[in-house]
Write a protein of this length. Structure first.
Length: 354
């Protein structure tokens, strides 16, 4: 049995218990090699198993610890090491002065809808990042949410099955024996936020009671009911959940986009903004006809009005020239005849006078 002052793995000194989870006691410890304070927890292992199955279970929790150590996020407790020690396996984590959300609610009562939405945004962002990294939390519940003394929020037990999630926060498919998925994390977060604003879990402590309609969740009620849908494939994604909770904190709880397929038939009623946005895309069509007269009228009329005058000024010139040529010839012939007659007359006068 572990006790104060015990050395685990020849390196970590257990100083004092600082909390208790479903998987066991959480210890404040000191890393004698790196000279830093850490938090340590002995990981849950079933008791009474045959040796071969016990080793298999031990290998599973070691792998869970290694997977958790790969993930880093500002809203997640960092796992430093997973340490086999005799029959036990210990998880070594960063130490953050904090208290569990369950303890906080027991001491201070329920959160407001806006406070719960803000909390959900921080937790949801961390969970969305986990899902993108291929990690499922599996045990989101008030016991795995830490409210830090500096005002921050931290998720712990990332990907650690422990003794399993509490029945009150376990998704229905997980309760049926199916593996946990990102959709089951959405359900568990919804049940956690529901408890934060209502003071009790949505389906009772055993998770098997009829759904209790939200009474004090206010604008958060619609988002919670989507997260708590029984079928995983009709729940919103974690990213959509974060957007919805963000809309609530901004006072747009009636305008946020329903994130799943079953909610899409109601989108025009709940989301009037996108519908008027389609006509503007057709605006170029009515604007096109006015552009045709502008291209046709200015250039062509000036050309039609200018060409005829040029033709009219040139055409009369040709006929005038044509008519003046015969008259000129007749006048020359007549003048020549007159001159000739005069010359002949002068000639005859000189002959007779002589």
């Amino acid at each position: 049995m572990s006790s104060e002052g015990s050395i685990v793995g020849g390196r970590y000194r257990l100083d004092q218990p600082i909390g208790r989870g479903r998987a066991g006691i959480v210890w404040l410890a000191f890393d004698t090699r790196l000279l830093r304070t850490v938090a340590m927890k002995r990981m849950y292992l079933p008791v009474g198993l045959p040796p071969d199955r016990a080793e298999q279970a031990k290998a599973v929790v070691v792998q869970e610890g290694k997977d958790a150590a790969k993930f880093e996020h500002a809203t997640a407790i960092k796992v430093y090491d997973v340490l086999p020690d005799g029959p036990d396996v210990w998880l070594v984590m960063e130490y953050i002065p904090s208290r569990g959300m369950a303890t906080f609610l027991a001491e201070h009562g329920r959160l407001t809808a806006e406070q719960a939405a803000a909390l959900g945004i921080m937790l949801g962002r961390a969970l969305a990042a986990m899902h993108e990294a291929g990690v499922v939390h599996r045990t989101v519940e008030p016991g795995t949410v830490l409210l830090a003394d500096d005002g921050g929020v931290k998720l712990t037990d990332i990907g650690i099955t422990g003794g399993g999630a509490s029945p009150a926060y376990r998704a229905p498919e997980v309760a049926r024996g199916e593996p946990a998925t990102s959709a089951s994390d959405v359900f568990s977060l919804g049940a956690t936020l529901y408890t934060a604003v209502e003071g009790v879990p949505p389906f009772g402590e055993d998770g098997e009671s009829s759904e209790r309609p939200p009474q004090t969740a206010g604008p958060l009620a619609g988002a919670l009911r989507k997260m708590l849908r029984a079928e995983p494939d009709v729940r919103p994604t974690m990213a959509d959940t974060v957007r919805s909770l963000g809309a609530i904190t901004e006072g747009r709880q009636t305008a946020f986009i329903p994130p799943t397929a079953p909610a899409m038939p109601t989108m025009p009623a709940s989301m009037p903004v996108p519908m008027p946005q389609t006509p503007p895309q057709q605006q170029p069509v009515p604007q096109f006809p006015p552009q045709q007269p502008q291209q046709y009228q200015p250039p062509q009329p000036p050309q039609q009005q200018y060409t005829p005058p040029a033709q009219q000024q040139y055409a009369p010139a040709a006929p005038a020239a044509a008519k003046s040529s015969p008259d000129t010839r007749k006048w020359l012939i007549t003048a020549g005849a007159v001159v000739a007659a005069i010359l002949i007359g002068v000639l005859f006068a000189e002959l007779f006078l002589i």
